[in-house]
Each structure stands twice: as C-alpha cells, then as structure tokens.
Design a protein around this ligand. Structure first.
Ligand SMILES: NCCCNCCCCCC(=O)CS
Ligand SMILES: [Zn+2]
Length: 664
C-alpha cells in the first residue's frame, strides 16, 4: 500500500494583511516550498494524491463551539478593519477573508487522510495544510491556528471508524495546548508533545505545558509533556526522548491509529524553535512511529518557518513514509544535561501510569518554586546561549544525504532444497572466495558449516555482504545449518575488510559468544534468558530477561530502552540479526525488531537463522520487505526483575554509552 499526499494550492491563498511582528512568519510560501520540494525530488509522483475537501460544520463541531464557528463564518464578509477588530480577541493569530475557507480545507484534508488510511486505500500519508491547528481551542483561534485539524481528525476517527486508541505525537516546537485541552480527560487519546518552554518563559508561556500536566481524571497518564528548557536541542536529545519516554509508553498504549502534529519549527534554522536538530532527524522520528498501529500513520503539517529546513524536513518525512532507506545519523553523543532533566521529569511524572516507566528514578529534588525563578548565573548562561543561538538565520547545516533505494530490496541465501519466500531474490551466484579466506574458514571451523557445501554458503554470504555494502541490496536473509558457527565467521572473517562497524543483535543464546572485540569494530547485544556473569567489554552487552525472549514485554523494553539508543550511538554500517535456535521469540516481536533495526545502517540488515526454523521465514521476509509489523497485543506488565536489571544496566553503561542516559 502507498503513501497519501494531500495538498491544495487554495490553502496558499491567504496571508497577513497588516503589520504584526508575531504573525509575519506564517506565510503562504511555507506550503509552496514544501510542495515544490516534493515535486522537484520526484517524491510527489510516488505518492497517491488525495484531494482536499472542506470539513463540514458537524465535523468542526467535534472540537469547536457553535459560537466560535458562527463567528468565524462571518470573517469572509468582513472589511479589513473588521478583520483586525475580530483578530484582537485572540492571541498571535490573524484573520483574512479567505482563511475560513482554508481552515475548512486544512481540517478536511486531515479527515481525507484519516479516511484513506482507515479504509486501507493507503498505508500512511501526509497533509500539507495551512492554517495549522494544534493551538486552536474550543472557542478560540490561537498561534496561527483556526480549527484544530488533528484534534478533529482524532474525534472523527473514533466516531466514524470506532478507533479505540489514538496516539497523537506533536513534534512541533510549540506546545499544542489546544490538543491537550481537548483530550486531557480522555484515556482513548494519548497526547505527546515536546516544546520549547524555558521554564515558562517561552510562548505560549503556560504553566500547564510543564511535565507535571499528566492529564486529568480518567485521562491521567494520557498526556505527556516534555519541556525543552534550553534552545539548541540536537538529534541526540530528540532520539533520547523517543527511546526513553514516548516509545515505551506508545507500545504499552498500543494505538489503533497514529496522528502526527508534524510541525517542523523544531528543526535547525527555525526562528521560533532555535533548535539544532537536522532535517534528517524527521526521517527517524517518522520511522520509529511506523511500526505502531500496523503502520497506520497520518501526518498533518503544523508549524515550520525556515523555508529551507521546512522543505528538507517535509521531504525526509515523506521519503520515510514511502519506505525508503533511512539516512545514517552521525555522532550522536547523547542528550545534554537539560534534556536529561526534562526526560527524567517526564518519566518520573508518568511512572505511576505506565508499567514500562515503573523503574524511572526521581529527579534530584530541586525546589520546584525556585524552578521558575532562574539564578543570575543561569540567566547569564541563557543570555550567552541566546546570543549565540539568535543567529538562526546564520545557521547552516548540510543538505540531507541522498537516500537511494537499492535495486534489490531483500535477498536470500538458502540451502538448495529450501524454497525462497515470496518477494525475496535468491542469491545463487557467488564468486569463489579467496583461497586464503577459505583456508581461514576451514581451519577455524571444522563444523558442518564449512564442508564443501558450506564453502558455497560462505561464498554466497560474502557476496551478499558485498552487495549490501555496495547498496545493491538493502537487506538479506540467510539460512544455515549452524547459526552460532556461521555468526562467528561472518563477524570475524567476512566483514572485517568490508565494513567499519557491525552491530550484532543476538536473539536467544546457545552458548557463550567466545568472540568479543575491544576495538569497537563489533558491538554485540545479546538478549536471552541467561545471565552472563562477568561484564566482558563495552562492546559485548548481554541483556538477561527472566523469562527469556518469549516474554515480549521484557523484550520490547530492552529493544526500546537499550538496543535502540545503543544502535544510534554506535551507528553501524551493517546489522547482523542472529536468531539462535529455540529463542522462543514471538513472531510479532520478531517483526517489530526487524522493523526497528531498519533504522540503522541504511537498512542493511542481515538476518541469520537456523534451517530448522525456516517456518518463520515468511514473517521475516515480510518485515524485511518493509511491511508493517503486527501490533504487540496486550503486553503484560514486565517482570520487576527485568525492569530493574534494565535500569541497572543503563546506569552501568551510560558512562560509555551516552544515549543510555536517563538520569541526571
Ligand atoms: N507574543 C509574543 C510573540 C510570541 N510569538 C508567538 C508565535 C506563535 C507561534 C505559533 C506557531 O508557530 C504555531 S506552530
Ligand atoms: Zn510551532
């Protein structure tokens, strides 16, 4: 299934008609440059174009009051003076004779997107709209917003499609207070927002935007705010919050639909956000949400005022929605101190609501009352920072790298008597290995893996790895008689001169891996049921689950809270996913893991499985081909021992691996 793109140039036909410093950045060109970038890059042609439509009164009334709707209805007929007068009753927003029409198109576009996804016409999609929506409230326009496009879409999805749980992710740099107010007492809609806050000193300066607003009454726990109290947040900060706050809760919530308040003022160069995250971060944020809700994801444009970073960020998002390989994110050096404080506060505030956050530790007690009164030093520091940051216009960043689709998506190396799963391309051609390499393999392993037939297998394996590295193939599936033995060969002999860094993810454990690098060429993360007594090195990380890999709750927690952060920091060129025989890993979990690992190494994942487990080749192939993984249904509360162990492991490793930091 494809990706929907909604865009209608009618929504460019309104603008600010008077002088207003706060509103001048919200210009028609925002939509024009975004759409044109999609056209120029060929991405729009790869999407399924869905027409915009006007939201009806009843749809708008799902969120807004009649009073407000009737008032806005009058604006097309107002004189300039009336429009100015009408605008005065609201904050940081402007009206125009055509904005009512455009606001209906913006909301209607979001509804068209929901229809396209919920009816299975498309898998996911994006609506490029203006005016944005997430600040508008029941009876008020605010922050350039007239109707709350995403809030209306959430209510519409529940009403029309009986959607039980909706996750709204708001990565815009402003707090979507309109969305928060709409759903704060509603446990069926989980609202997550990060936003520039600076201890309530940044617009919209609301006390209820802080991390302690967790929702009300039956909605307690279903509103997550992560305030950014400094500017200059980077890719590491955003990914840390996804891995340690949003994703654990999102998986536990298990939504039927994901809506994204896709604001790009959180990108570098934006005058509002003054952050430093690069446009390619949105490729990863989108990817990390795409295995939820069976891939049903609707992104709706909110903010984004630097026309260059906006256009690039939109393209990065659409390319990921289309399933293209992800760009590698370099030098992620972990969250800054302020980000760790924010994510620790958010985790702690929600510990009581989410079993996946149960082991979150409390932030060091700072007197809350003084939190809002900054010390002179901090003020001084902020001014310096603000000084340096203020030149966002001067901010430069590299154009995101090309994300080329290899000619072959998934290849397989299988014993001749095993049928190749649908969609995979069997790799049979292979050049003969260097005699030196063959002898190395032979004298290293006398197991069945390397008899006459084994050498063929190794030749094909070597060829497959060469093609992965050359980006001729995206990923691969290999079936061998002895997984452990072949893994050693791959790690020691077949990759050494082909790749710089290999991330080995071992699911299950047959025996102690007697091979551990210390030079960092290989990072092994082994998830199994057995504890490994001693800590070998920074590059061998055993994760012990009380009930082993069959415990999906413990498994997904280890993946989100440990494997993902490690993988981002390590930034491998190849991922070797090894399924040890008898691991007991659940199929949906296995597919989720393969899906999530696609975020690394441009999707170059090599799955190594034992021939006697060929029964799960089908689901493995499906995940490798980019089909969304099935949701992890009714996750049990993780075992306390596992939550504790994970927390201790993070604390022990965070000195070496900064992305594991969750406590200041
Ligand atoms: N009143 C002092 C000036 C504060 N600037 C307000 C800007 C509103 C931004 C809204 C937005 O970007 C939606 S995504
Ligand atoms: Zn914004």
């Amino acid at each position: 299934m494809g990706t929907a793109l909604l865009y209608d140039e009618e929504m460019t036909k309104y603008k600010l008609l008077w002088v207003d410093a706060a509103c001048k950045i919200e210009v028609p060109e925002r939509l024009i440059v975004s759409y044109e970038a999609l056209v120029r890059s060929g991405l729009s042609d790869r999407c399924i174009s869905i027409p915009a439509r006007e939201a009806s009164d009843s749809e708008i009334l799902l969120v807004h009051s009649e009073l407000y709707l009737e008032a806005v209805k009058k604006t097309p007929y107002m004189t300039l003076e009336d429009l100015k007068e009408f605008t005065l009753q609201f904050g940081d927003v402007y009206f125009h004779p055509n904005i009512y029409h455009c606001a209906k198109l913006a909301s209607g576009s979001a509804l068209q997107l929901v229809d396209s996804v919920m009816t299975g016409k498309v898998r996911n999609g994006i609506a490029l709209v203006r005016p944005p929506g997430h600040h508008s409230m029941h009876s008020a326009a605010n922050g350039f917003c007239v109707f709350n496009n995403v809030a209306i879409a959430a209510r519409y999805a529940k009403q029309k499609y009986g959607v039980k749980r909706v996750l709204i992710v708001d990565w815009d740099i402003h707090h979507g207070q309109g969305v928060q107010y709409c759903f704060e007492d509603d446990p069926s809609v989980l609202y997550f927002s990060w936003h520039r806050y600076e201890h309530q000193n940044f617009w919209p300066n609301l006390r209820e935007s802080d991390y302690d607003s967790v929702g009300k009454e039956s909605g307690a726990g279903f509103n997550i705010n992560v305030p950014w109290n400094n500017v200059g947040m980077e890719n590491s900060d955003y990914l840390s919050v996804f891995c340690h706050v949003l994703l654990p809760v999102a998986y536990e919530f298990c939504p039927d639909l994901v809506l994204v308040c896709a604001g790009f003022d959180s990108a570098i160069g934006d005058p509002e956000g003054e952050m430093c995250a690069t446009p390619d971060i949105f490729a990863h944020l989108t990817h990390l949400l795409m295995n939820l809700a069976g891939g049903k994801l609707c992104a709706v444009l909110e903010g984004g005022y630097n026309l260059t970073s906006l256009a690039q960020s939109v393209c990065q998002t659409v390319q990921t929605l289309l399933g293209d390989p992800l760009p590698q994110l370099a030098n992620l050096r972990g969250p800054c101190k302020s980000a760790v404080e924010s994510l620790q506060c958010a985790r702690s505030a929600h510990r009581r609501y989410w079993s996946f956050l149960k082991h979150a530790t409390d932030p060091p007690m700072t007197d809350i009352s003084t939190k809002h009164i900054k010390s002179a030093m901090e003020e001084e520091e902020k001014t310096e920072m603000a000084e340096e940051e203020r030149c966002t216009e001067g901010k430069v960043w590299p154009e995101p790298p090309e994300r080329l689709c290899p000619p072959v998506c998934s290849a397989s190396v299988l014993p001749d008597d095993v049928a190749c799963p649908d969609g995979l391309k069997r790799l049979s051609s292979s050049k003969d290995l260097e005699p030196l390499l063959v002898s190395k393999l032979k004298n290293r392993f006398r197991t069945a893996a390397v008899d006459g037939d084994g050498v063929t297998t190794f030749s094909r394996l070597y060829t497959l790895i060469e093609k992965l590295v050359a980006n001729e193939i995206r990923n691969g599936l290999v079936l061998v008689p002895d997984v452990a033995a072949v893994m050693m060969c791959v790690v020691q002999d077949l990759t050494s001169d082909l790749v710089k860094r290999v991330l080995v993810v071992c699911v299950g454990k047959e025996k102690e891996l007697d091979y551990v690098t210390t030079d960092g060429k290989v990072l092994v993360v082994q998830i199994s049921s057995e504890d490994s007594e001693e800590q070998r090195s920074k590059y061998y990380i055993p994760v012990c689950l009380k009930k082993g890999c069959s415990d999906t709750s413990g498994f997904i927690q280890a993946v989100l809270g440990l494997l993902l952060p490690l993988g981002y920091e390590y930034n491998p060129d190849l991922v070797l996913l090894v399924r040890m025989p008898g691991s007991g890993v659940v199929d949906s979990m296995w597919q989720q893991l393969i899906g999530l690992l696609q975020g690394f190494a441009k999707g170059h994942t090599l799955v190594l499985m034992q021939v006697n487990e060929k029964a799960c080749m089908g689901s493995t192939a499906s995940a490798l081909l980019g089909h969304p993984a099935p949701p992890l249904q009714d996750l049990q509360t993780p075992f306390p021992e596992d939550g504790d162990a994970l927390e201790r492991l993070r604390e022990r490793l965070q000195a070496d691996w900064k992305m594991l930091q969750t406590t200041s």
